[in-house]
Design a protein around this ligand. Structure first.
Ligand code: ADP
Ligand code: MG
Ligand code: ZN
Length: 606
């Protein structure tokens, strides 16, 4: 790096000197020399007679003379004639000076303008350039900005493994890498090679970037971080140049860590298409080459993060490159609780907050969403003029994240409110009357900014990793319960069930095509999930005839569940009226209140 800097100074100095020389050779004579006009001899004689000539210099072939005019003086040049009377003619005008030094230029001025000023100018320019550069490089002016790889050191990310909760397996794998960078000897003695690269994969918001920053904080080695999109430049070839430069810098700084975030931007599978992105392929090729060129023992570890591992080029994933995969999955119950607590430490909370309850209500939430929930809770506390975050704040903000803010002043007619109340109680009642269904936690008919006019929240007691067929069917029945209640009470349909329909269809479809839970098909994978971390889109892999049969099976499944829901509600129509009335009056009721009314007299459990 130092070396590089010296080279730049030399280059800059040479350029400056060449500029100054050129300036002096070509430009200065033009600027500095007084303009000399050619004229003829008789003009010279006329001027002498007029008495306007002030100075004369006589050379072998040329006469130079200065004529004074109204606006200063002008120098002329004329050829020398054989004119013996010239001298006496000049003497006749007594005040003409014969001079050798015809002040064609001012030596001092010339030196100043030709040499001193340009050099001063270049020094100032250099200073400005360096200052601008050091600002852009974050205080590090040494590297002449070819890549934007930033150097992170411990103080800069300020994150440690303590900031990452729940990702214990990922942390374990990364701790090993940090340890290797601290004492490579320990590993060398036994002959162990550490993986050259580790790939963090997982859905968005699970803390991949955070983990890498924590590694930077823990490992007291330089940490180069660059985002995949930064490689994709406007100029062709720049991406590859950046990769080269990044690895060159890393090589100089070893042991160190290089982190490439969102690597799928450059690491996409190369395909034979003509429309392929040349620039991206060049960048990827360069990356592959650089990763091969590294001696694992030198202590450069490459971390990368992506949420689309399946789209990465296989060459990138083979052993010797990113040979280790570190999954950052959505947190489980304990993980969610730990993440909530890590973020709650940053805000002032009341004592005895039940994080476990919050964690149970947020199944499927990512770390980023949980962090957001705590922040929303803190904002709510401030809005309500309180100094501490309470349990209610957190629970309310869970709902904000799930369903949006409450629309307190939304105007909804009494008739519609009634429909919504029956709809929600329909869900809750169907859920409560089936033993394979999660308990009801809360029912509300306060509209939300997401467009929901109300919702029923169910919270499982513990963590569930598997879903039985019975549970899946109970879930579909619960989803159809809202519409079923509308049918039973009002004998009509509204558009309010669209979201329920979507969810029920999705689950029923997965039961048929992926879980082998339908009577019509055996254990056949009719669909494959294409990107598991980004929404889990699935693509059909079967004949059109089978696709038609799938639709038929899905419909049959949902219909049977729907009929079951209708049956439950018809048998408990008294409870349905009672509960809906209570909800209409209160707008929000808890699971306990719901169960209390339900259990007042024994209802039939199916
Ligand atoms: P991604 O996996 O998409 O890179 P990030 O690392 O950017 O996710 O996470 C975004 C934010 O979510 C983090 O800054 C952090 O506040 C929070 N977060 C995510 N996972 C965790 C976790 N396991 N522990 C604590 N905070 C987390
Ligand atoms: Mg990220
Ligand atoms: Zn509904």
């Amino acid at each position: 790096m130092k070396n590089n800097f010296a080279k730049q100074i030399v280059i800059f100095t040479v350029i400056s000197l060449v500029c100054v020389l050129l300036l002096n050779a070509f430009v200065m004579p033009q600027v500095m020399k007084p303009k000399v006009k050619d004229t003829n001899y008789s003009f010279f004689l006329d001027k002498i007679d007029e008495g306007n000539v002030t100075k004369v210099k006589i050379e072998d072939n040329e006469i130079r003379f200065e004529v004074k005019a109204d606006d200063g003086t002008q120098i002329y040049s004329t050829g020398r004639m054989d004119d013996p009377e010239l001298v006496s003619r000049l003497h006749a005008k007594g005040d003409i000076v014969f001079t050798e030094d015809f002040q064609e230029s001012n030596i001092f001025l010339e030196f100043l303008v030709g040499w001193v000023l340009p050099i001063v100018f270049f020094i100032v320019l250099w200073n400005i350039l360096m200052r601008g550069m050091s600002k852009r490089m974050g205080g590090n002016a040494m590297s002449f900005g070819k890549s934007n790889a930033k150097i992170y050191v411990k103080a800069q990310t300020g994150k440690t493994f303590a900031d990452v909760a729940g990702q214990d397996e990922a942390k374990e794998a990364l701790v090993e890498i940090v340890d290797f960078l601290h004492n490579p000897k320990k590993y060398a003695e036994i002959g162990a090679n550490l993986p050259k690269g580790a790939l963090l994969v997982g859905p968005p918001g699970t803390g991949k970037t955070l983990l890498a920053q924590a590694v930077a904080g823990e490992a007291e080695v330089p940490f180069f971080s660059i985002s995949g999109s930064e490689f994709v430049e406007m100029f062709v070839g720049m991406g590859a140049a950046k990769v080269r430069d990044l690895f060159k810098q890393a090589g100089e700084k070893a042991p160190c860590i290089v982190f490439i975030d969102e690597i799928d931007t450059i690491g996409k599978k190369r395909d034979g298409n003509f429309s392929g992105n040349d620039e991206r392929e060049q960048t990827l090729n360069q990356l592959l080459t650089e990763m091969d060129g590294f001696d694992g023992k030198r202590g450069v570890v490459i971390l990368a993060a992506t949420n689309r591992p399946e789209s990465l080029d296989p060459a990138l994933l083979r052993p010797g490159r990113f040979d280790r995969r570190i999954p950052a999955e959505l947190p489980d119950l304990a993980g969610r609780e730990a993440i909530l607590m890590v973020h709650a430490k940053k805000v002032r909370t009341e004592e005895n907050i039940d994080y476990n309850a919050v964690a149970r209500a947020t199944a499927g939430a990512s770390g980023a969403e949980l962090a957001n929930i705590i922040n929303e809770a803190a904002l709510r506390a401030v809005r309500n003029g309180r100094k501490l975050v309470s349990q209610t704040d957190i629970e309310e903000s869970v709902e904000v994240v799930i369903a949006g803010y409450e629309r307190k002043n939304a105007v909804i007619s009494q008739k519609e409110k009634e429909i919504v109340a029956y709809h929600e109680i329909g869900h809750a009642l169907v859920a409560a009357m089936q033993k394979d269904s999660a308990p009801v936690h809360k029912i509300t008919i306060i509209p939300r900014t997401s467009g929901a006019l109300g919702y029923t929240m169910q919270v499982d007691e513990g963590e569930k990793f598997l879903m039985t067929k019975e549970e899946a069917l109970a879930r579909i029945a619960t989803l159809t319960g809202g519409r079923a209640a509308e049918e039973v009470i009002f004998n009509s349909y509204t558009t309010g069930a669209s979201n329920d329909i979507e969810q029920a269809t999705k689950l029923a479809r997965a039961m048929v095509t992926r879980y082998g839970m339908s009577s019509g098909f055996d254990m056949i994978a009719l669909e494959t999930v294409t990107n598991q971390y980004l929404g889990g889109d699935a693509s059909l892999s079967c004949s059109p005839e089978t696709a038609a049969r799938i639709d038929y099976e899905v419909n049959a499944l949902v219909r049977s569940c729907h009929e079951k829901a209708l049956k439950i509600l018809r048998e408990n129509v008294g409870k349905l009226h009672e509960l809906a009335g209570f909800l209409l009056e209160r707008e929000t009721i808890t699971g306990e209140e719901f169960m209390a009314i339900l259990n007042k007299e024994k209802a039939t459990v199916l």
